[in-house]
Design a protein around this ligand. Structure first.
Ligand SMILES: O=C(O)c1ccccc1N[C@@H]1O[C@H](COP(=O)(O)O)[C@@H](O)[C@H]1O
Length: 214
């Protein structure tokens, strides 16, 4: 079953709708330059609404150790997502489970990148864009090598119309969406979130019916 993360939530109503739609994880952007940025206190208030087994994720871009510590203090049970130029040491400093974002583009060596972050719970694959992420841009999925050796979260420009193709071609552990389920930056659309989650389940059903390759 493909796990679903919906990212960039800023409103209680969207958190509740994302949970109702079937999201497994919700992301809160602690990056002041993002149009979806929330403060650690706001992230805590939003994360407090989550029921058991729905994971809050705190997204950082080149944050200082003190900024990461503030986020972790506010939402102690969160998974961290490092989406900038953080080194393996930066990611490990908070001593919390984390996802490392990889900025996919021509010439990017994902296997080498993965070997530098053996402590990451998984790699989140996003398009290489200016501003680091959340741009709604799809990257060339054929750039993903086989056997990366850790769970992959497919991201970058996913939406209800293309996520089935993404899952059936890449077969990721999870998918992550932000722009593709929004009415405006940081304002989610309950209908699109529902359609996205339904499309993921449809992809899973198609994969379950696909005979294994010989
Ligand atoms: O959402 C943002 O504003 C953001 C800013 C900086 C880095 C990452 C950001 N979001 C993440 O980007 C990917 C792809 O998003 P999209 O679906 O293409 O809009 C996703 O993981 C967001 O979590």
């Amino acid at each position: 079953m493909t796990r679903i993360k919906i990212c960039g939530l800023t409103r209680e109503v969207d958190v509740d709708a994302a949970v109702a739609a079937g999201a497994d994880a919700l992301g809160f952007v602690l990056y002041a330059k993002s149009a979806r940025a929330v403060t650690p206190d706001r992230a805590a208030a939003l994360a407090q609404r989550l029921p058991p087994f729905v994971t809050p994720v705190l997204l950082f871009v080149n944050a200082t150790a003190s900024e990461v510590a503030q986020g972790v203090h506010a939402v102690p049970h969160a998974l961290l997502q490092f989406h900038g130029d953080e080194s393996p040491e930066d990611c490990a400093a908070a001593a919390r489970p984390y996802l490392r974002a990889a900025r996919m583009g021509p010439g990017f060596d994902l296997l080498d990148f993965a070997s530098r972050y053996p402590q990451a719970q998984g790699l989140l694959l996003d398009a290489h864009v200016e501003g680091y992420g959340g741009a709604g841009k799809v990257f060339d999925w054929s750039l993903i090598p086989a056997n990366v050796g850790c769970p992959l979260v497919l991201s970058g420009g996913l939406n209800p119309a293309n996520v089935i193709d993404g899952i059936t071609r890449v077969r990721p552990w999870a998918v992550d969406v932000s722009t593709g389920v929004e009415q405006a930056k940081g304002i989610k659309d309950a209908g699109l979130m529902r359609e996205f989650c339904e499309a993921v389940r449809e992809a899973d059903e198609r994969l379950a019916c696909t005979p294994p390759s010989p």
